[in-house]
Design a protein. Structure first.
Length: 398
């Protein structure tokens, strides 16, 4: 089965997620694989068509490992791993989608089978347009009204926790300290800001007790001393983890944070490839690893990272705050990997633009997301996506 056409689809600046780039791979047997990645779509698109397409077109669609190595060598040799790794990730997810369809099986079955039939999920408390701009992810929201969980945790975390529980959601992620870091630089945190950041966490515990797991996101804004101070202040509330209170640039700093708090420390979907994750594992810089398959190198690389983490007795959780193909790629990996702990979801996405973008969405029952059953990723782009106003499609073909 040969690859005959590579398409990139950008939904345009006025779409719900303008930083999302969709990928479709066509084969001479009629199978079409889909993938995506997020951030700097035009630069990522350029790598796909200028460098990746000539190496992939006419080649065996099922030779996934060989294609990954070929593409990685093209970017790593010249020291570039940002846009290039996002491009490789999107292409790799689409190749696995083809393989699953060719086998007539979900991707997790092709990976070696299911370790479970469902995986715990948590709601990242964002609004429908949380990822629409870069600033929206750090405590500011463009969206107002329905399902604006970002605004809700800032103004009424107790009410939001009750609502989520009634909706069958038993875990929630919030970032109540980000605004103070943005205002004052993140080198230190004042006592009154620390107390204000703790208030939503206190409200959740007072409202629903231990019925709700709480994850604390930090977006890498803090210095090590400030991160230690925040983590220690959070300990009485026993959150499930603290995530990226400091950036994962320095694994030794992460390891120091681990030593200074009883809360599990999570790092970080910002990392790319197994080599970056290995440094964190070797230094015991994280108790849990977050993996984003549309950033780290695709399904091929994500499963290697998960397996490597398993040898260190470290659980993994799958990131999705961008698009439905990311969600399905992570879900297939989480169903397969024996050390998977959670699959992230954003209910505001699931009930707004995801429904408009793809044909199927996974089922969530009692705080768990069920394994997909359709061959390949488990969902398909809506048939009119590439013809919508503002959408651009670029193709490379034999």
């Amino acid at each position: 089965m040969k690859l005959t056409r590579i398409e990139t689809i950008h939904l345009g600046p006025d779409s719900a997620m303008p930083a999302l780039l969709l990928v479709r791979l066509h084969t001479d047997e009629g199978l079409i694989g889909e993938g995506e990645t997020y951030y700097t779509p035009e630069a990522t698109r350029a790598f796909i068509h200028e460098l990746a397409a000539p190496l992939l077109l006419g080649q065996d669609a099922l030779a996934i490992e060989r294609h990954w190595r070929t593409l990685y060598e093209m970017c790593a040799r010249f020291g570039a791993k940002g846009n290039e790794m996002r491009a490789i990730s999107a292409l790799d997810v689409a190749l696995w989608d083809i393989l699953g369809q060719a086998a007539g099986l979900p991707i997790y079955q092709v990976l070696g089978g299911a370790s479970r039939d469902r995986i715990k999920t948590y709601n990242t408390c964002a609004g429908p347009l949380y990822g629409r701009t870069l600033r929206a992810g750090y405590g500011i929201t463009d969206a107002a009204g329905v399902l604006d969980d970002l605004r809700a945790f800032q103004t009424g975390a107790d009410e939001l926790a009750r609502e989520l529980l009634s909706d069958g959601i038993t875990a929630m992620k919030i970032w109540p300290f980000d605004g103070f870091a943005q205002q004052k630089g993140g080198l230190a945190i004042e006592y009154r800001d620390l107390e204000a950041g703790l208030e939503p966490v206190r409200k959740i515990r007072d409202a629903v007790g231990r019925d709700m797991d709480i994850m604390i996101e930090g977006h890498g804004f803090w210095s090590l001393p400030a991160a230690v101070q925040i983590a220690r202040a959070l300990e009485e509330f026993q959150p499930a983890w603290v995530e990226d209170l400091i950036r994962a640039d320095d694994p030794t700093a992460l390891a120091a944070l681990c030593r200074e708090t009883s809360i599990p420390v999570l790092a970080s979907e910002y990392l790319m490839t197994r080599w970056e994750y290995r440094q964190v594992l070797d230094l015991r810089g994280a108790d849990i690893l977050m993996i984003d398959p549309v950033w780290c190198g695709g399904i091929t690389e994500a499963r290697k990272i998960a397996s490597m983490a398993d040898t260190y007795a470290v659980p993994v959780t799958m990131h999705d705050c961008t698009g439905p193909h990311s969600l399905y790629a992570g879900l297939n990996l989480a169903i397969n990997a024996p050390n998977a702990l959670y699959q992230e979801t954003v209910r505001a996405y699931l009930r707004t633009f995801y429904t408009d973008l793809v044909t199927d969405l996974p089922e969530i029952v009692d705080g768990h997301i069920l394994a997909p059953t359709a061959p390949g990723l488990g969902t398909r782009l809506q048939p009119d996506v590439d013809s919508r106003p503002g959408t651009t499609v670029v193709a490379s073909a034999l």
